[in-house]
Design a protein around this ligand. Sequence first.
Ligand code: TYD
Length: 208
Amino acid sequence: MTARGLFITLEGVDGAGKSTHAGWLVDAIRASGRTVLATREPGGTPLGERLRELVLHEPMHLETETLLMFAGRCEHVRTVIEPALASGAWVVCDRYTDATYAYQGGGRELGAERIAALEQWMQPGLQPDRTWLFDVPPEVARQRLSASRDPDRFEREAGAFFERVRAAYHARAQAQPRRLHIIDGSRSVDEVRAQLEAELRALLESAQ
Ligand code: TYD
């Protein structure tokens, strides 16, 4: 029987640097001889990508936004993530349920309880094996977000929103320290990569 793949997720406030390191991480896993699938949320399926357009750009109520995040995730988990893991592939997902706790739960102040209920209903059991949380103070993140880029509904939020997002991420990391590892994203790209490289090596060894 094929061993199940590992499920890795990348999290952090916008501009924390996760996208800079995602490509390298996927290449490094592939170079180790594993099959790896790179995907993202919101998105990851044709339906999910259409929902992404809506949640990033269409004004809506908080409850609608939260339900759409989970609708896209439901499709993603069932049609892409679970089958890939079952086939032995590793999956690297740019954002997952921690982002809903951080952005809708923390940033938009929905709280964790309703999100936990939706999570329980939709995906019992499917937790990432490892989550790397790219962490920077919101003012650093903001400076990094390109001024030329047209900001989405989240990127247009004020500083206090990102403080709440960050605090909610920290609370998750504190509650689940074995899964959720914080990466100090305010260091240089090389320093961050060195930490990731060491952590990935340990993960590859543990999965042998
Ligand atoms: P992001 O993944 O940062 O993509 P890009 O690098 O192209 O901007 O953007 C997705 C946005 O969606 C981000 O601001 C966080 C938000 N989001 C939520 O609010 N809740 C969620 O559950 C997820 C997955 C993302």
